[in-house]
Write a protein of this length. Sequence first.
Length: 223
Amino acid sequence: MKKHLLEIDSVQKTFENKNILSDVYLKCGTSDIIGLLGRNGSGKSTLLKIIFGIESADFKFVRIDGSVKTKTKDLFSEISYLPQDNYIPKAFSVKKAIQLSVSKDRISEFYTDELISTMLEKKIAHLSGGELRYLEIKIILNNSSKFILLDEPYNGLSPLMVEKINELIMENSKIKGIIISDHNYENVIKVSNRLILLKEAKAHHLLCKEELIEKGYLKEGML
C-alpha cells in the first residue's frame, strides 16, 4: 500500500492585527491520527479550514506527496473536512445522503452498520443530533480522500457512539491520515498517536501527553 504525506508549512494568519497562527508547521501521513488541541480561540478550526482551502491565510504552503497545492479545487479530491456544524441538507432522506456521498461498491457494507440501519427510513431532519453526527462522520470516513480533517466530531455523541466513532477512525487510519480537533480532549488523546498543541499562535509538537500539563493546557490530575 502506497503511503501518502500531507505537509502544511509556514502558515501565517492575522485577524484585526492579532496573530492567530504564526509560522505553523504540521505533517500528517497515512496511519497518523493527529490530535490538535488548544483553548478556545487558539486557531484550531481556522487551521483546519486553511488546510482544506476554505479559509484564507496570509501565507501558507500545502504539499501532498511532495507536490505543492496552490488551488483549492486541487485539495478537495485529496482532503475531506468535517465542519463543526451539520452539513447534510435537512430535506434529504438518509438513503439519499448516503447514495450521493458513498461509492456504489461500498454502500452495501455501509448499510450493515447497526446504527446506520436504524436510520435508513428516516429523513435527515428527523435524526437526533447524535445520529446525524455519526452519519456525517461515517460518510466522511468512507470517501476516497487520502486525508480527513475532523472538527468537533464528538459533539452530541453518546458514549456508545463515541466508542464506535473511535473504532471507525482507527480502522480508517490504516489507509488515511486523520487530524482531529475537539474540546473533548480525553477522546482526542485516547485515539491519537500524535498530539499538537496550539498555544500563543504556535504549534507545539508534543512528545508525550504529559506535556499538556507542562504547557498549561491541562491541570494536574486531568490526564
